[in-house]
Design a protein around this ligand. Structure first.
Ligand code: GTP
Length: 211
């Protein structure tokens, strides 16, 4: 059977317990919102296929538990992720402050070239806001990430943020492939030159031998 997609990428969602990671993911993959908070145990995942400029990209999105006691388990998934979505809750200052820790863990355990975005969730809760949009933007800028304020409740920027991180991963993957093909071209060119050189030496050697 023909493959239903051109690329498969792994994305990882990180952030404190209760910031809305599971809800954001469910809104994206199932267009549903659940107001209850059932803490994720360890890691869960969902799949979705996106089409970006005619390229079908299947994303496997890992939803990690924010609770400290699962961190030993969740850290094992960092290395395999090509994209990371850091999530905080705009109504929780502490979830924003803890991003420093989440980001340093990613620096320690994830691949260097992992693509990251920052998401401030629950932006429908304007009256309870504790983190300004400007603070979110500044932190994202400090870490060189793009920033979105989202709401799993009303769908604001949900599709946009997943699409963007997938685009970044795809672009990075294409750059890697181009570099790889570039090095392969260089290697083949060098090999041909070396072969030509060695043929030259052989010819000379033959000439001397005839004498
Ligand atoms: N108003 C509002 N509530 C939200 C939003 N997203 C999530 N919630 C609520 O926040 C609570 C926690 O959401 P979860 O998605 O379970 O949080 P989580 O980050 O996955 O939590 P852990 O699995 O413990 O790490 C739930 O009661 C959700 O209904 C949102 O965009 N707006």
């Amino acid at each position: 059977m023909a493959k239903q997609y051109d690329f498969l990428f792994r994305l990882l969602m990180l952030g404190d317990s209760g910031v809305g990671k599971t809800c954001v993911l469910r809104r994206f993959t199932e267009s549903e919102f659940d107001p209850s908070h059932i803490s994720t145990i360890g890691v869960d995942f969902k799949m979705k296929t996106l089409e970006l400029d005619g390229i079908r990209v299947r994303v496997q999105i890992w939803d990690t538990a924010g609770q400290e006691r699962y961190h030993t388990i969740t850290k094992q998934y960092y290395r395999r992720a090509q994209g990371i979505i850091f999530v905080y809750d705009i109504t929780s200052k502490s979830s924003f402050q803890h991003l420093v820790k989440w980001a340093s863990d990613v620096d320690e355990y994830a691949q260097d070239k992992v693509q990251r975005i920052l998401v401030g969730n629950k932006c429908d809760e304007e009256l309870k806001r504790q983190v300004t949009k400007d603070q979110g933007n500044k932190l994202a800028e400090t870490y060189g990430m793009e920033f979105f304020e989202t709401s799993a409740f009303n769908s604001m920027n949900i599709c946009e943020s997943f699409t963007r991180v997938t685009e970044l991963v795809l672009q990075a993957h294409k750059r890697d492939m181009d570099n790889l093909l570039g090095s392969l071209d260089d290697y083949l060119e060098k090999a041909v030159l070396e072969e030509e050189d060695s043929e030259g030496i052989d010819n000379n050697a033959q000439k001397t031998c005839i004498c």
